[in-house]
Design a binder for this molecule. Structure first.
Ligand SMILES: Nc1ncnc2c1ncn2[C@@H]1O[C@H](COP(=O)(O)OP(=O)(O)O)[C@@H](O)[C@H]1O
Ligand SMILES: [Mg+2]
Length: 250
């Protein structure tokens, strides 16, 4: 008696996509991630040997480990800037392994913010235009609402008076604060920061760290922060340690 009821989805049900994901859904879920550079050549090197890592929404985590242990490689894979050689990765519930380049770019813009050790601000643009850059990339234009948000973010990082300044007119700590404002422009659920305080003096490093902490508290943005500085790591809610391409037991 299988005939009549089986065909087609029941009508009148909301589409699955309209149901909000439960808050406990991880923002990032990596399983068995491997990374091989220069595969098939004499200098082939596997630098990640099967990493399993789950990042919860709203988490504030440090990623530590010796130089060369694979921290940047792992961050770049999580950030969709590099592909893994094996393993599976779900970002905000989406299996990214099957996505083409256009879909990866869209997922990156919608889900991720980036802060690097060197700020990568565009020298010809003002601080405000640098903060608004993700909107320009996404939409091809920056409307008044986006400019207002960029101005608010600059105020949030203590640079309300620096909107019109070019990056070279700002100190290293100020440039990094502009980069943090830019990383938050599209309100991503996850920000990846690769040694964001690595190039700063202690006082500026503290100010930058406190900003990240505050944005995490106030907006629920999850952060994964690569750091060499044990004092910074100790002030994160979770410390993830990478040794020779493997996660140390928690
Ligand atoms: N594009 C690349 N090509 C070849 N080897 C690389 C590349 N990027 C990183 N590596 C190597 O992978 C290892 C891990 O590098 P990385 O992820 O930058 O470590 P960390 O950020 O922990 O210092 C290092 O041995 C590095 O030399
Ligand atoms: Mg690195």
């Amino acid at each position: 008696m299988s005939g009549s009821a089986a065909a087609g989805a029941p009508s009148g049900h909301p589409a699955a996509a309209a149901v909000p994901a439960p808050a406990s859904d991880p923002i990032a879920e990596l399983k068995g991630i491997r990374k091989v550079y220069n595969a098939g050549t004499p200098i082939e090197a596997e630098v990640l040997h099967g990493v399993d890592l789950t990042l919860a929404r709203g988490e504030f985590a440090a990623l530590i480990g010796p130089s060369g242990s694979g921290k940047s490689t792992l961050l770049n894979i999580i950030g969709l800037l590099e592909k893994s050689s094996a393993g599976t990765y779900r970002l905000a519930g989406t299996a990214i392994d099957a996505l083409d380049d256009a879909a990866l770019t869209a997922a990156r813009l919608a889900t991720l913010g980036f802060v690097f050790q060197f700020h990568h601000l565009l020298p010809a643009f003002s601080a405000l235009d640098n903060v608004a850059m993700p909107v320009l990339i996404r939409d091809g234009r920056v409307n008044a609402a986006a400019r207002a948000r960029a101005a608010q973010l600059l105020a949030d990082v203590g640079l309300a008076n620096a909107s019109d300044k070019k990056p070279t007119q700002l100190s290293g700590g100020m440039q990094q604060r502009v980069a943090i404002a830019r990383s938050l422009m599209l309100d991503p659920p996850l920000v990846l920061a690769d040694e964001p305080t690595g190039n700063l003096d202690t006082a500026s490093a503290n100010a930058v760290f406190e900003l990240l902490r505050r944005f995490n508290r106030d907006s629920g943005t999850a952060f994964l922060i690569v750091t060499h500085d044990p004092r910074i790591a100790a002030r994160c809610d979770r410390v993830i340690e990478l040794i020779d391409g493997r996660l140390a037991p928690a």
